[in-house]
Design a protein. Structure first.
Lengths: 261, 325
């Protein structure tokens, strides 16, 4: 176990060094999300009104959720780079823990998401969004958000090792995840949806994540009286635990046999 | 004799193609085995199976006595791997690259650091050690890659086309470095597309084509099979080609071949300089207008044509038998 931790630490160190060495990546991971906050918060905020509070207050958790999803192609492409330039072969020829390379990458990408969160929070505050709950709740909300980002990074790693082409890895996630995004409460309160769609949306894992953040941060909720809509925090934790339990072993198994394209 | 690498009837299939169709190899400890073959011959797949990166469909192999499937972790402790691409992390410095590999080899922080410094010196990378490896030249990357594969002092080193894409000077430097490692007792399995490289480095060569070992022996034995050197003679007028070919056939023991345009005749050169002079005087007697004359070392093409030629004839014969039966 000690050896596994040594491997994890070494690979996490590798990815944190990468972050330091890639100012361009830091910029793209902060600027675009900040633009989203302004765009949704100010422009849409002035055009859309929701029942129990301003759209600005409502949408922030949605944008945070969306930005965590954009981690998927990033992680996938990084995984493919390692695969195609021989580094994956080198690591796999070492007597090391097979999970370490993926742990390093997913933790590193989650650290980058944390930087993104700081930048978005600053801009959110500037345009009038507030955290209304306590400090612990606020931290819990961000913790949950980053756990979601971490889960999505594992999804990205698995996807990258499956498709093995950077082109497919950059386009597939939006095809797969955009429908999920729009059938959730990330952007819209669900009150206006037809019944069947509303049921789907309320049980959507993204609704759970966005809803949990809203609840923890004291922002207006998407409303709904299903069990999922009333208990977003346990639902989000359950969803993430299920996804991680499926994706992590699959990704590690794939890593042990993956061949460059 | 002790064998560091032993493979028996390794097979690997990808979809419809059998990449490796029953490869058997035995590499004596402390020697270099060259695996020579064109792209797609199954060289890389063989190395991947021996280096525990890929499970064979059938057959078995041991490295340092450990089974590559059942005892993969023990094998990994004993091997170094340098693949077709210089596997360095571009966003880390040379020193950081080696340090990372050292820690993953369980050398400990201090051990990894000391070993990294040692190898940076041995591979002439001290000055570049603290620069990002992104800024390295192709040759420097390869040296760093080789240093990384030697970090844990392996017993067996796999080199998969280590000099592809390198300039001639870097290639020779790398050869010298590989030889120095073998002098320390390392066993090397080297794949290459270049006969010259196999010739320069390998104690024994296995020629592989379509997933099978089609010949094995010392470089001398293989070259004897294809003829030492070839002589190419070009004449100005295509009409003289046939005249020249028959003149050369009479004067030497080899059978000349005429190129498609009829102007160049090629034959195996027997007897070195004396052979050239025999051929020249025959050409002089035949009064043909020679515009170019070249002595050519056997190329991989020649090895291939000579090794796969008879096999293809046999196939054709069988096809003929089937059609007449």
């Amino acid at each position: 176990m000690n050896e596994v931790l040594t491997d994890w630490r070494a690979l996490i160190w590798r990815h944190l060094l990468h972050l330091k060495r890639m100012p361009d990546k830091l910029i793209s991971a902060t600027v675009l999300p900040m633009v989203f906050v302004v765009l949704f918060g100010v422009l849409f905020g002035s055009a859309i009104s929701i029942p129990n509070g301003g759209y600005q207050e409502f949408i922030m958790a949605g944008i945070f959720t969306q930005v965590m999803i954009t981690a998927v192609p990033n992680t996938a492409i990084g995984t493919i780079e390692d695969l195609n330039n021989g580094l994956t072969d080198r690591f796999r020829s070492l007597p090391m823990s097979p999970s370490a390379v993926l742990v390093g990458r997913t933790v590193g990408d989650t650290a980058l998401r944390a930087v993104t969160c700081v930048a978005m929070t600053a801009v959110g505050y500037a345009i009038g969004w507030r955290l209304h709950g306590g400090v612990l709740e606020a931290i819990a909300g961000f913790g949950l958000l980053l756990l979601f980002g971490f889960t999505m990074a594992w999804v990205g790693a698995l996807l990258g090792m499956r498709v093995r082409s950077p082109e497919a890895a950059s386009s597939l996630p939006s095809v797969l995840l955009m429908p999920l995004m729009f059938t959730s409460s990330a952007y819209i309160p669900l009150g206006g949806l037809p019944g069947w769609l509303r049921a789907i949306a309320e049980w959507n894992p993204l609704s759970a994540v966005a809803g949990a953040c809203r609840q923890l941060w004291g922002n207006p909720a998407a409303a709904g009286d299903s069990f999922a809509a009333r208990n977003p925090v346990p639902m989000a934790l359950l969803w993430l635990a299920v996804i991680l339990a499926l994706v992590v072993p699959a990704a590690v198994r794939r890593y042990r046999s993956v061949v460059p394209a | 004799m002790e064998f560091a690498i032993q493979a028996e009837e390794l097979r690997k299939r990808y979809g419809d193609t059998e990449a490796v169709a029953g490869v058997s190899l035995a590499v004596p400890t402390g020697t270099i085995m060259g695996v020579l073959g064109p792209n797609g011959a199954g060289k890389t797949t063989t190395v991947r199976m021996l280096a525990t990166l890929l499970s064979p469909d059938s057959g078995r192999a041991t490295v340092c006595g450990y089974d590559v499937v059942g005892q993969a972790r023990e094998v990994r402790r004993k091997i170094g791997l340098t693949g077709q691409y210089a596997a360095v992390d571009e966003r880390l410095t040379g020193r950081e690259n080696l340090h990372l590999i050292g820690v993953l080899h369980r050398l400990g922080k201090r051990g990894a650091k000391a070993r990294a410094t040692e190898l940076l010196e041995r591979f002439d990378l001290v000055e570049a050690a603290d620069r990002l490896s992104r800024t390295y030249s192709g040759g420097m990357r390869r040296r760093l890659d080789l240093a990384a594969s030697l970090l844990a002092d392996p017993t067996v080193l796999f080199l998969d086309e280590p000099t592809t894409g390198l300039d001639p000077v870097s290639r020779r430097d790398l050869w010298t470095m590989i030889r120095a490692e073998v002098d320390r007792g390392l066993t090397v399995l080297l794949t290459t597309q270049y006969l010259e490289e196999a010739d320069q480095l390998a104690d024994r060569i296995a020629v592989i084509d379509k997933g099978l070992v089609i010949a094995e022996g010392t470089p001398e034995e293989l070259k004897r099979k294809v003829g030492q050197e070839r002589l190419d003679v070009t004449v100005a007028d295509a009409a003289d080609g046939a005249v020249m070919a028959s003149a050369l056939a009479r004067a030497t023991t080899s059978v000349p071949t005429v190129s498609d345009d009829g102007r160049t005749v090629s034959l195996t050169l027997v007897g070195g300089v004396l052979g050239i002079s025999t051929a020249l005087s025959a050409l002089n007697d035949a009064r043909v207008d020679v515009v170019d004359l070249a002595v050519r070392r056997p190329t991989l093409d020649d090895v291939f044509i000579s090794l796969t030629g008879p096999q293809r004839d046999a196939e054709q014969e069988r096809a003929l038998e089937r059609s007449t039966a």
